[in-house]
Ligand binder design. Sequence first.
Ligand code: CA
Length: 225
Amino acid sequence: MPSEQTIIVIEDDPNIADLLDTYLRGAGFRVLLAGDGERGLDLISQQSPVLAILDIGLPDIDGFEVCRRIRSKSAMPVLFLTARDGEIDRVLGLELGADDYVTKPFSPREIVARVKAILRRGQPVASADATIISIGDEFDIDISRREVRLKGQPVALATREFDLIAYLATNQGIALSRQQLLDGVWGADWYGDDRTVDVHVRQLRKKLGDELPLATVWGIGYRLG
Ligand code: CA
């Protein structure tokens, strides 16, 4: 296995692409650059990078479509670059399985930190930490397999959705504030806001159904169980 991990940057603005290239290589990554979506998808299938940094406004197919096509084949983490609020809403609202997003203009150091955080999350936990947490009679959260099962059937969740339900489950019965959830799930260096938590809670409720004992605690945040 090569010691350098390969990251693909799909971005049509050469200045941004160069900047990311410089910083990511400086952090020890191998970098592939693609100026449009089709080229990016070709490089992904040829070289199997470990993570994609994906601009939304691309000259051919947009970043959302690129992400959908990536997702049809792999669970490779995707970090979106967004330019506008409307785009952030779509990143959070669509079930694309985006792992994170950064709003332009951004600091390249922040991108490198996010990339490292995403790749750390993807690493397998030691078997000693393998835990299955039950919620009520219907749900099992298998931390080591990163799987949520409803009546024994796995339910497909995006990375952050899983992280959120796992965090709530390890704090079962405790009302957690949105800020606590942001810190615990997204990390203290995350620049997002409460809306991020709410959107992910909505997705969890939608995917896991009414049986999920995830309560809104007015004036505080959320409590599982
Ligand atoms: Ca662009």
